[in-house]
Design a protein around this ligand. Structure first.
Ligand SMILES: Cc1cc2nc3c(=O)[nH]c(=O)nc-3n(C[C@H](O)[C@H](O)[C@H](O)COP(=O)(O)OP(=O)(O)OC[C@H]3O[C@@H](n4cnc5c(N)ncnc54)[C@H](O)[C@@H]3O)c2cc1C
Ligand SMILES: NC(=O)c1ccc[n+]([C@@H]2O[C@H](COP(=O)([O-])OP(=O)(O)OC[C@H]3O[C@@H](n4cnc5c(N)ncnc54)[C@H](OP(=O)(O)O)[C@@H]3O)[C@@H](O)[C@H]2O)c1
Length: 450
């Protein structure tokens, strides 16, 4: 193992060995970029294969995929730029096909041997003379500590369930959408699904076919987006050119009008008409929800006011007897292997330059830690290429003060644009964010050293 060279935030010398944590769709994008660029690295993966979230019943114990899961970002929007999804895939494939695509990606570019499976990173500790001490638990539960010049965290951000707190106590069954797999067990039950994000819509629709009654509870409503509009996947409707050159608030009236034409008002289906505007929340995409409401399979409730034994009281004063509550209330960002003094993701706030670079700890990077209007994979791919540029000293980062200013601006922008919620701390717009990363890669290019 080569020892890492000293680096600092403003003048980073190339790092010669890196550690990637996780081999989900973000970790493999990073491994591929480093493999191609000749950056020596080890990639550690807790599970016995790649795919992370998209490996159903993954033996890493972290996947939130359910049996009926299909992507809601379309095939063409989700594929890596340099590895198109097979043309015989449907526009919104199921999780099995998505996982197969990731497996093929690793084998096509030939870097499976760089991933150490059944190895879990337990601690990452910055060391005084630069770099990191990384402690890994191997397949035999033995702890091994190695030194690396750089660490790329790609541990995902949809595995640590976020539970809301409501007064009172519920005596029925409680679960989080993270643990939901199939509708078995919901037959004839009175079910309450909490939340109106993508997990809530998928699960509520699925269980409502066999449950006695299914309620869906929302505290502020959401703009429900169909998967298709005019026969095209929604996320391919507005060409990248417009996204890159027009601010979102100029695109908003066009999309809002098109959606209004397609589905009318939410209140026509029994949902609250959201007070916030389109583009002010993470998108809820559902081809089924409005139909299921129309068919009477689902009933809408406002937020929970009180849990009362086997009953739930809502903020409109209504009360329902409930057997199972499914909290589809999102996820916490968590890095169990990093001390809070390194990064403290409380309330899902993480202050990273361009959502990737730790401004105070040189060579600590985060891949895939974004919540896009669009798919994560091409963004993780672009982030990885940028980090590879930094590690090979082709691109420089701005000074620490500039990075911190940018982080503050981003935080303020998020707070102005989005409804206040822990799910809106790492939002990015797909095409503008890609353009930003592109700018970082090209504007800050260093002249090659002799
Ligand atoms: C139900 C659901 C549906 C979704 N649908 C879409 C969609 O349609 N389109 C989209 O773009 N996004 C979607 N997402 C978002 C999803 O997070 C991404 O698609 C994608 O899985 C992110 O990949 P990742 O590699 O960042 O994280 P993950 O897929 O979670 O992979 C992280 C990997 O890191 C490993 N790991 C974690 N900790 C350690 C450790 N300490 N040591 C070693 N390895 C570790 C894990 O084992 C795992 O393999 C969905 C999310 C959910 C929950
Ligand atoms: N088919 C698919 O491809 C698919 C399926 C599922 C999930 N996903 C993706 O997976 C990620 C996670 O989605 P998710 O739906 O699990 O989580 P999410 O997007 O964070 O949504 C959580 C929902 O719970 C609500 N909520 C949170 N805390 C609450 C509280 N205290 N009281 C009442 N309501 C509360 C939120 O409302 P507020 O807005 O008011 O906070 C929101 O409606 C997203 O990226 C999503 O796109 C994709």
């Amino acid at each position: 193992m080569l020892s890492p060279r000293q680096a600092n935030a403003t003048d980073r010398t190339p790092v010669i060995d890196a550690c990637i944590i996780g081999a989900g769709s973000s970790g493999i994008a990073c491994a591929k970029a480093f493999h191609e660029r000749g950056i020596p690295f080890d990639c550690y993966e807790k599970g016995s294969s790649i795919g992370g979230m998209w490996r159903y019943d993954n033996d890493n114990g972290l996947s939130s995929a359910y049996r009926s899961l299909h992507i809601n970002t379309s095939r063409d929007a989700m594929q890596y730029a340099d590895f198109p999804m097979p043309r015989d895939y449907p526009p919104f494939p199921c999780h099995q096909l998505i996982h197969k695509y990731f497996e093929n990606y690793v084998d096509h570019f030939g870097f499976r041997h760089t991933i150490t499976f059944r190895n879990s990173v337990e601690h990452v500790r910055p060391v005084a003379d630069g770099g990191f001490a990384v402690t890994v638990k191997d397949a035999q539960d033995k702890l091994i500590t190695k030194r690396y010049g750089a660490v790329c965290v790609a541990n995902g951000h949809h595995w640590n369930p976020r539970f809301p707190e409501f007064p009172g106590e519920f005596t029925g069954q409680t679960m989080h959408s993270h643990d939901y797999r199939t509708p078995e067990g919901f037959e004839g039950k009175r079910v309450l699904v909490v939340g109106l994000g993508n997990s809530a819509c998928d699960i509520a629709c699925e269980v409502s076919r066999i449950a006695q009654t299914t309620f869906i509870s929302t505290r502020r409503g959401a703009h429900i987006i169909p998967k298709y509009l005019s026969g095209l996947p929604m996320d391919t409707l507005i060409p990248a050119f417009f996204w890159r050159h027009l601010p979102y608030w100029m695109i908003r009236p066009v999309v809002s009008a098109a959606l209004r034409l397609a589905r009318g008002k939410h209140s026509w289906y029994g949902l609250p008409d959201p007070k916030h505007r389109f583009f002010e929340e993470h998108p809820t995409i559902s081809a089924d929800l409005l139909n299921y409401l129309g068919h009477g399979y689902l009933k809408v409730k406002p937020n929970i006011q009180q849990l009362a034994g086997d009953k739930v009281r809502f903020t409109d004063g209504s009360e329902e007897a409930i057997d199972i509550i499914v909290y589809a209330t999102g996820y916490n960002i968590a890095f169990p292997f990093l001390a809070d003094t390194v990064i403290d993701p409380r309330q899902n706030q993480v202050d990273l330059y361009k959502n990737v670079v730790h401004p105070d700890l040189p060579n600590l990077y985060f891949i895939g830690l974004v919540q896009p209007w669009g798919a994560i994979m091409p963004l993780a791919e672009a982030q990885s290429k940028w980090v590879a540029d930094i590690l090979t000293d082709e691109v420089r980062l701005p000074a620490r003060g500039d990075m911190l200013r940018d982080v503050r601006r981003y935080r303020e922008k998020m707070a102005r644009r989005y409804t206040r919620s822990a799910r809106h701390t790492i939002q990015v717009d797909f095409h503008p964010y890609l353009a930003e990363l592109d700018r970082e890669r090209h504007r800050r290019r260093c002249s090659r050293r002799p």
